[in-house]
Design a protein around this ligand. Structure first.
Ligand code: GLS
Length: 824
């Protein structure tokens, strides 16, 4: 089907001709060139500048309205914001996408080529960071006062190259040539102390005070990224802090000829915002990481307090004006920092300061994985943040002596168990406990996950304060994940259910009644095919592999982790390959398996899995015996921009984590919205997707969470499955040969060993049979294209719940209690 022109879905803010004039003006006045000489980079920057004429006006109006009304605002503290590109999104949100596209066309430029100039803002690892980006989009769209706070990393998540099948990490430089979306705000620079010691002093009034004599200071320079609400008057701010040396460099040293020495303080300070830590769900216990956390929390709190003080002379209204959401435990150090400011700098007594903290902070838990629950060595805290450690000790003392003692009198074992300080060879600060003890709300990110947070992670805390635990199921913004990335489907929905769905995603329900309609099915599947053709072209361009858009596209895109079980999919691919080799007429429709994934650089097995996928792909894709029935693709450098091509093109969405391990997942929502069917476990938000789309429109396999727990409790033995299933044994043994790595036997063996000698911690072998069996059902279903179309339409039309606007309304209702400031 030919691509219909995207309809401008909201009020046109500029006509095509006005937009054209604006671009031409900015080519000259902003970029110092003209239409004849400009390269695409200049065209892109001039286009952004034209959009910014609208954005910056709204930004100023929003901050003025917030200041005038002295409104309560949420401050979303997150070490990650995975923004991707902003140009198309911002154009849609301010309502000029159509005008911009036509204006550029008139000027002889293709909007896609121009927007391709923009590097991804990859300031996050995966789901957690992308969620933060969706949330700030929704907050602005819903006209809620909100500020996102994070770090202005010089290098975002590494760029992944694949060489000889292996992942190579290259630095990502997203702002090497400037970024038109950000504004530096030197007027709001903050100073951040570090290291040093704490002195106890007595004032003239005889009162004791603590003074932190810092050993070093660094400077936080704020960069503001406007966050444009869709069809809304609100433009909020994402404020990202860049670290700089407090004194640019030491002039005395410089003048004395010590140029290199004078630079050392500068480079040490700048190291703080240099790189994003590329670990998802596991933490490196690095001093620099702790400093990063403190740096951005300290800057953000100072900023929040500075704004508060414009209208208030004491702190009595602070928790009414400000709510601070801690996105996972990464910003937990904000808690002792606010206590320190209130007590040491503002002169409040402990009880008053504590009351403010317990009414201001709320915490979102994003994972149950033990290795991801942050703990910091006490000695590290003592060295970097000595005063904060004292405060944490005092919070802990009061918690144990008052609350735990009252609930479990005389129970020292319980005190040890719940203490914020973990005893052991190296004493550790348990950051999650500090959050739960302080925060007025703790939430999980999907219904099932929130139950596990209460039952398994914090059961005693739940017993103490049941009212503090809530659920807010994640969501994704339909502006980016349907309107902008799937123009064709967006247009079809505009014609079917009207143009309100990008805000009110539930309206797509109206399309479900056409799920049986032959014409609607045909159009829906034609769009899917068009997106598959686009992806197939991309695959050929990036990987040199030809795939047929008529094959079933199975897509598994997410960070590489054993619990996400990319290797389970790999074992299934090997099984299919084997079946085809044994019987070339084996009855299956043509299938393509498409992976996209980055592995943390230090995660050896994850990197081995990438290598294995690539080696298997080499063999399978070039084996004439299987007559193109099976193809395997590993797309390099998976990131938001690539995701925007992959989600619309998927037929099957693989969500195959071990039940109980994936807190929510958000890719599962993006796939369903774009008409892919989920093949997944009863894990995270898959459970709620099933509720929405119906059991007959989803493929569930494997053990559920209770079965996983029971099997583990009973003593799981992966060898039983190895010996019990000849096909499984054969494919595992295959990994030890040199079949996929000619001349180098054993190169893929680490996967087998982790699943057998390593104990298979994520029960890959236990779920293998159920997975392959269910995959046969998927293949059969896909070959009945009418039936498949119906199921795909129902999926897409039924997932309105997973709009991030709904998540935000839940946060507002259950936690933040905000009011809208700008009019709708
Ligand atoms: C994560 C979880 O692993 C995901 O399941 C979840 O969807 C996401 C957002 O809540 O958070 N936790 C994490 O540390 N990284 C994630 O992607």
């Amino acid at each position: 089907m030919a691509a219909k022109k995207a309809k401008a879905t909201n009020t046109v803010a500029l006509s095509k001709d006005q937009f054209k004039d604006a671009i031409v003006k900015h080519l000259r006045s902003t970029c110092g060139t003209d239409e004849a000489r400009a390269n695409n980079q200049a065209w892109w920057k001039a286009t952004c500048a034209a959009v910014n004429e609208l954005v910056f006006d709204r930004l100023t109006e929003t901050s003025k309205a917030n200041a005038d009304k002295d409104s309560r605002a949420v401050h979303y503290l997150s070490l990650e914001f995975l923004m991707g590109r902003l140009t198309v999104n911002n154009m849609h949100n301010v309502g000029v996408f159509g005008a911009a596209r036509d204006a550029l066309a008139d000027l002889g430029k293709d909007v896609n080529d121009i927007c391709d100039e923009e590097p991804d803002m990859a300031l996050g690892n995966g789901g957690l960071g992308r969620l933060a980006a969706c949330f700030i989009d929704s907050l602005a769209t819903l006209n809620y006062p909100a500020v996102g706070y994070g770090i202005h990393y010089e290098h975002g998540l590494f760029r992944q190259e694949i060489q000889g099948g292996r992942q190579i990490e290259r630095p990502d430089s997203w702002r090497e040539y400037g970024n038109p979306w950000e504004i530096c705000r030197p007027e709001s620079i903050q100073e951040v102390p570090l290291y040093g010691y704490v002195e106890t002093v007595f004032g003239e009034d005889g009162k004791m005070r603590k003074v932190w004599h810092a050993g070093r200071q660094i400077k936080g320079v704020p960069w503001d990224i406007p966050v444009v609400g869709y069809e809304a008057k609100t433009v909020n701010v994402l404020r990202l802090w860049e670290s700089k040396a407090a004194d640019f460099f030491d002039w005395d040293v410089f003048n004395a000829g010590g140029y290199i020495d004078s630079q050392s303080e500068k480079s040490q300070a700048e190291a703080v915002s240099k790189v994003l830590y590329p670990n998802d769900e596991s933490e490196a216990g690095k001093e620099l990481r702790l400093i990063q956390q403190y740096f951005f929390c300290a800057c953000s709190l100072k900023d929040i307090i500075r704004r508060y003080k414009r209208n208030h002379s004491d702190f009595s209204q602070f928790s009414k004006q400000a709510v601070i959401q801690l996105n996972d435990t990464h910003p937990t150090v904000a808690i002792p920092e606010l206590m320190r400011i209130l007590i040491d700098e503002e002169g409040l007594v402990w009880d008053d300061a504590w009351k403010i903290c317990t009414e201001t902070f709320a915490y979102t838990n994003h994972t149950l994985l033990p290795e991801a629950l942050e703990k910091w060595a006490v000695y590290l805290f003592e060295k970097v943040l000595p005063r904060h450690l004292e405060i944490i000790y005092e919070i802990n003392r009061r918690f144990l002596e008052d609350e735990v003692e009252a609930k479990w009198p005389g129970n020292d074992e319980m005190k040890r168990h719940l203490s914020i300080i973990e005893e052991g060879e190296t004493r550790m600060v348990r950051m999650a406990y500090l959050c739960v003890v302080t925060c007025f709300k703790t939430n999980g990110v999907a219904a099932m996950h929130s139950e596990l947070v209460k039952e398994d992670l914090f059961p005693e805390f739940y017993e103490l304060w049941p009212e503090r635990f809530v659920n807010v199921t994640n969501g994704v913004t339909p502006r980016r994940w349907l309107l902008a990335c799937n123009e064709q489907l967006a247009n079809m929905y505009n014609e079917t259910v009207g143009t309100d769905w990008p805000r009110k995603l539930d309206e797509l329900k109206g399309a479900a009644k056409f799920a049986d309609d032959a014409k609607f099915q045909k159009n829906f599947m034609a769009i899917k095919r068009e997106k598959k053709v686009e992806l197939a072209d991309k695959i050929e361009e990036l990987c040199g592999i030809k795939v047929s858009p008529d094959a079933m596209f199975n897509v598994l895109i997410k960070r590489l982790h054993e619990y996400k079980r990319q290797h389970l999919a790999l074992l299934h691919i090997l099984a299919l390959y084997r079946r085809l080799l044994e019987n070339p007429d084996y009855d299956m429709g043509p299938q393509v398996f498409i992976f996209g994934s980055k592995a943390a650089p230090g995660y050896k097995l994850a990197k081995d899995i990438i290598y294995a996928i690539n080696k298997v792909a080499d063999k399978v894709n070039n084996d004439p015996r299987i007559k193109d029935k099976l193809k395997v693709v590993f797309m390099p450098n998976y990131r938001v921009t690539l995701a925007e091509k992959l989600f619309p093109a998927g037929d099957v969405s693989l969500q195959i984590s071990t039940a109980g391990y994936e807190a929510s997942g958000t890719g599962n929502m993006k796939f369903a919205l774009n008409g892919a069917l989920t093949l997944g476990t009863m894990d995270g938000a898959n459970v709620e997707i099933r509720e929405e789309v119906g059991d007959e429109n989803i493929f569930i396999f494997g053990m559920d969470c209770d079965e996983v727990k029971a099997l583990k409790a009973a003593g799981y033995n992966p060898w039983d499955y190895y010996y019990g299933n000849p096909e499984l044994k054969a494919v595992l043994d295959w990994l030890e040969t040199d079949f996929f790595t000619p001349g180098a036997p054993g190169e893929l063996a680490s996967i087998k060993h982790s699943l057998l000698e390593g104990g298979d911690p994520y029960l890959v072998l236990a779920d293998f049979e159920s997975f392959t069996t269910q995959y046969t059902a998927v293949d059969v279903a896909y070959r009945d294209q009418k039936k498949w179309a119906k199921m795909a339409i129902i999926n897409s039309a039924s997932v309105g719940k997973f709009n991030s606007d709904r998540s935000i309304e839940d946060y507002v209702d259950r936690i933040w209690k905000l009011e809208k400031v700008m009019p709708n």
